[in-house]
Design a protein. Structure first.
Lengths: 355, 355, 355, 355
């Protein structure tokens, strides 16, 4: 396997750290620069003692020339609205970019502005159409040739994978979709806040961002695209697009997302028929596992892995189908999926370096 | 305050223990017998060392004559289908009963049989119409005169209180109600099982009993009664009754339930108007607290208390209202509510002994 | 019961909040001012929604005249080195003070300076001899007449109570005492830090401040005083004082301390003889419970209570006695003990308002 | 790498499951039989859904002929006192055995009988001298040629590795050693008990088996051997052997052990000198990492890995050295170490398949 040279910008956040852990053992990767504005000058072992005897590397400040000259591919694990200041410059220098922020996920810059309160400049607007939404189970072919991949959000990954087959086959109504998601605390990142202070978060459970969570436009964009068919979709008027009722909750565990999705069946279906469309839809997807009813996935089945596990049940009493989908928010919901995208972009086996 | 004599059958389960903790400090109660078939002969301090220096009492086996002769009121904290063997005998002896099982909650014995797989005998069938569903915020007047109170289930308490005002005022459609509930592990009781073994349950999250949870008939009976009006309700045909899509989940915490309820608004409403009907509905309810949007309750706000905290938000994008309701499953969801019922039945202040 | 007027300075920290929760239900207390520099101007319900419908009070900034004029007794729940700026002024105004910081616990100002890196001014030096160390099980009589009580630290409370009888009776050697303590995360207070960020602290366990924890001088002062006899103690030279090897650890739970103490028996003892001296030592102490071997206390037995539970075992193979002592760090380790002291100072029953 | 054929007896316990997870990805291993008396006949995916798409293998009952004929090496992950019924037969058939129970760890059968209450038969007595105590950092050369390895206990691994260099170099007194250990709940195994029921174990902390934990003889045997020198040791009289004061505690986390060890320094030492003997002692040990003071290891640094991380500090005030040692109890404390032993016995790189 010919190695590519890879750097990580934002290497000391939770997603960045997972990237480093995967990349340092990846057979196709030579790990070059670890960029961290917070800890530049320190060795990564000083920040994460668990790297002792495993990785001996200094964290550095971002320098465009250095990073772009030494790297074939860069992961940008930066906050939303910050990535878009860096990504165009890396691309201009001929470096491939996998961006873990939301900055290139939303195709319509007006929608992005509405939810993230920042406007794309002209160059970034242009990049929106080039950027490929990095969900390999949906966009495998596009990712192969992508120069810029917008790595999906954690909630959207669990939700889109969870219900895509039902929408694709028009088994369910596009209206009235309800998604009740629960995420472990690492999903909120490393930034300190009272709500994430141990004695506040432990033995507690709560909903948050109950009306406006900025993953909503991403979820709706992709679900609409799947249901209405991507090509015809662009002509559709806004009213025909899928709108979901989404509620995120904070679980007192470190890692993992479980999304419970409620959809109305267009007509009565047997479990076997549904199982079949799921299995077919994901037959070439190495990281999606379908559970045969009445088995259901649990968060612990995927913790520490890049899997998305999906189960479902048909509630005939009310004509609904319930889908349960679980991922590790830091892996399939962030760093693992990013490496999966890198593998696809680089001609490596899709599962290389991932478990 | 004139004291009543009270015994607890099933004193060493999780709900039973909470009952003992409340009753032993209750100014209106003389705590007489603690019945436990598992630990009869032992002092309660041997089972629960935290009672040391606080309560010195032997656990005994059930003896109808002894218990009924010495007690004015008995709490039966027994498993479903077991209570109905004991309750009629206690009532016959002139003892008031607050039953924490599901055995007298469901008015229609055929429905009970369908969900609990046991048939009521003739005497118990007769008791079903006498038994009062012990949700004081709805049935205060009936509880005052009740001889037998069927203490509500934990999930039903959180859900019914959470959405009753919306149904009562016909602000929402009776169809398509979705309820996504999450409960701490004590809700599953003290019986050992691999799923509740610490290393299996900790750092995990899962849905369970996703199609058939036996709290569903209780929820649907009460919501239907509220929406269609109790009196006219009995004539209604089955088809007009409310059916809910209910999914319980297991939280890796000790105590607490959070229910997220999704309902379709019949017409657009302002938050203020909704807030008003909630405040009015619960103006005399000492244990229900309404949160003004955008504030929302969290489980920790009610842990260790008898409160039910309720918050809501209107999701105009999709025409839905989301309600968040939290309780401590062992208190407002079991022992606390049982004592609240005892207070009402005995002429004590409704909040006596409760926090 | 004649009510006293009480204010709390530092009402929104973890100990302060517990104080408010106890005091607002205390029959002998009229709760006057809640001082919080962080949240002055807000209602306490805005900071702690769990006070909704229970306490409706505005948080204010500290004003000496207002507080001293309106209060008979003030709890100062301020950081170490900050209390000493406020306490003398309150005392001068004739207000009794129970100080939860370490500022008046250490009798020797040079020792305080060594461990806390701040010097007492002349007035505060004078107060050191007046201040009574507020461990009621040792200093009951002095507390009765105290104007200033230095409320003990959480670790010291668990340790001193745990081994005082052994030292008092000279059953153990004063040298080589090892204390291995484990505390829940609330013991570290409300101040945000990465080590207390949920995803960092959860599923982890570590030792900290392993050489220099500032509770050591307090522990050694009191143990020495008990062993060498308080009166003769002052003449003793430094070398004869007890020195302990103390290691605190951080438990991923909200509340509670367990201290495991290892002491060398001077001569072989029967468990019964040891049990007897413990029971006698604490016969009038309502909040200390002695466990008969082989029973041992666990943290959950005291969570939410003001108890200190103590168990022990004699390890004949090595000639040592091991003592296990547990408290709730926020109650017997802080706010509960402070109220116990207030009760004693005010002529209330020692257990009033406490469980 | 030439593959060896490996089977696991006891494949569905916690250690057994970890063995399977490591072995199924081990380049030198062909995983043959998974024996489980509890779940024979089921596919491992039915018991552990996380193996879906990863391992498709039926669990079988133990059959000596089948297992011995098909395997070069067998891991026995059986309860204490049960292993000794199986191991001799496997050995007789020419199969190498790595036994995870305590049955071959204690060299003196009388001591084993005293602590485990079962007597070795003549064949097993004979095996005690052949069995090699499988701690590679101490017995590397012997393990290379071993036919039977007695895989160390979890607590002993953390403790022996933690303090071996100090004993070897006689830096510390052999008397008065105190070891205070804390283990996650998986250390207690998969067997259900009330103390490990989630709502009992969560938010709690306790000491257990405080006088007699059956890891003590193993710890004392090995520490004595290191201190007194293995060869001369056998002639030593019982009185000269090291006796430790050991207290295990139960942590409310899934995995990990932290041992805090207190030893008396024979004479004052500089940290650098101590650091040097540790680094030298473990210079060829790939899974031991020494932390330079004042850095200390935490459980999370080793969770999911085969590392033993060790830190220390010198407490000059009392002439003691404190050592903190952490491992993952299921890896370096069980399955990981067992695979490390297999690697050594089979001529594979010591770290093969382990992280």
């Amino acid at each position: 396997m010919k190695k590519i040279k890879v750097s990580v910008i934002g290497a000391t956040g939770y997603a960045g750290k997972e990237l480093v852990k995967i990349l340092m053992n990846h057979q196709g990767v030579e790990l070059i620069h670890l960029i961290s504005s917070s800890y530049a000058g320190k060795n990564i072992v000083e920040i994460f003692p668990e790297f002792l005897n495993k990785l001996d590397k200094k964290l550095i400040n971002f320098n465009l020339d250095v990073v772009s000259q030494d790297s074939n591919l860069v992961f940008t694990a930066l906050p939303h609205t910050v990535s878009m200041d860096v990504v165009p410059e890396l691309l201009k220098k001929g470096v491939k970019v996998i961006d873990l922020s939301a900055d290139y996920r939303i195709k319509d810059p007006a929608v992005y502005k509405e939810w993230y309160e920042k406007e794309h400049n002209q160059i970034n607007k242009g990049l929106l159409s080039e950027a490929v939404y990095g969900l390999p189970e949906i966009y495998l072919d596009k990712i192969k040739d992508a120069l810029l991949v917008a790595n999906p959000g954690c909630y959207p990954t669990s939700i889109i994978l969870g219900i895509a087959p039902l929408l694709k086959h028009h088994f369910v109504e596009p209206e009235g979709i309800i998604i009740d998601s629960k995420s472990g605390a690492s999903g909120a990142g490393k930034k300190l806040s009272l709500g994430l202070h141990f004695a506040e978060c432990n033995e507690n459970f709560k909903a948050y961002n109950i009306i406006r969570h900025n993953h909503i436009p991403e979820i709706e964009q992709e679900l609409s695209s799947i249901y209405f068919n991507e090509n015809t979709h662009k002509q559709k008027q806004q009213e025909t697009e899928i709108k979901v009722s989404f509620t995120p909750h904070l679980l007192p565990i470190n890692r993992g997302i479980l999304s419970t999705c409620y959809l109305a069946l267009k007509e009565s279906k047997e479990e076997e028929e549904v199982l079949e469309i799921y299995q077919k839809f994901y037959q070439k997807a190495p990281f999606v596992r379908i559970f045969k009813p009445p088995n259901l996935p649990e968060i612990k089945f995927v913790t520490g892995t890049n899997y998305c596990d999906i189960g479902f049940t048909i509630d005939e009493r009310v004509g609904k189908i319930k889908v349960i989908s679980v991922i590790d928010n830091l892996l399939k919901g962030a760093a693992g999926q990013a490496v999966q995208n890198m593998n696809i972009m680089s001609g490596f086996p899709e599962t290389c370096g991932l478990v």
